[in-house]
Write a new protein. Sequence first.
Length: 384
Amino acid sequence: MFDIISKRKKETNVLKGIKLRLYPNRTQQNQLEQMFGNDRFVWNQMLAMMNERYQNNKALPFLGKFKLNYLLKPLKKEYPFLKNSDSSSLQVVNEFLTQSWKNFFQDKSGQIGKPRFHSRKYLKKSYTGKSTIRITGKRYLKIPKLGYVRKYYLSLQVEISEPEKYSLTGKQVGIDVGVADLAILSNGLKYPSFDSYYFEKKAKVCQRKYARRRHLAKLLVLQDRNKKVLCPRSLESFTNWQKAQKSKAKYQAKAANQRRDYLHKLTTHLVKQYDVIAIEDLKTKNLQKNHHLAKSIANASWRMFRQMLEYKCKWYGKKLIAVDPKNTSRICSKCGYNSGAKPLEIREWTCSKCQTKHDRDINAAVNILHKATPTGQGLTMVTS
């Protein structure tokens, strides 16, 4: 996979991501492998040099991305195969490396370590470039150093004209996110979470096959070494475990694509229907520390749901408001009485003060909408 940032001369207002699949010929596939390896090689060469500076001086090893780019020219003379890469991709490597060092030195918590060397075995095969590409016909793209490519995995970031605003409806809504139901609206509507059970089941079967076959392959490789076979087998020579790995990845990709498609349709529908959308300002990373709910929260994709709402509201002239989620499930949305914490298994409850019967999630959604009013507390304006 590789990423290219496309530049257009026309001034525009909105950045949009586009993902495509390309199919290169054999020569282009080999060249892509070379470009992926070149990025890894430049990263490791520059990192080794900066590590040496750091060990000798115990100071900032920064040369800056521009000075690192200046070093690319002598590096290409020493290693001519680097000339086969898109030059902008090597500059992006320097930019990423510089940012990694900055993150290391600016981190006060000690959680961010120094940049690490990229392994040929485990590094994701990709490169990122800032290049101009051309679309030729319906099926071909012309990419620097590669020429005309029919299809592969390609991610583009392009500048487009600002999308046309959706017409105003005069409606506003509060949304409470959940596990069984992804979005519960203050008007009583509920939208279920994406069901990935089928794909997860298939992926688990493939994972078990992969684990068994890889274990057997390792035993056979070790056996050859112990017997000092003239031409010992390598792990790469066993294709069965590689097939099982690809099958697992296929089902995982299908689940991810269908989940993303479902979230796109749902968020677009909400942005069309409502002018003001209020949501909880949840810290998903903290919630996933609960091992009983982590998998369900990840499957529901709360973070992706919010991100889609954020940029779509900004694009189409709607407003998204994030509110403090504190006590939204405890307070009666009718009289405001706080009846205290309630276990997750309690889905309906009756207010002890006004005797109003509540659906737990709908009541929370109504309270979220109340908090989003101008007099509400804990407001965070996300987009406008």
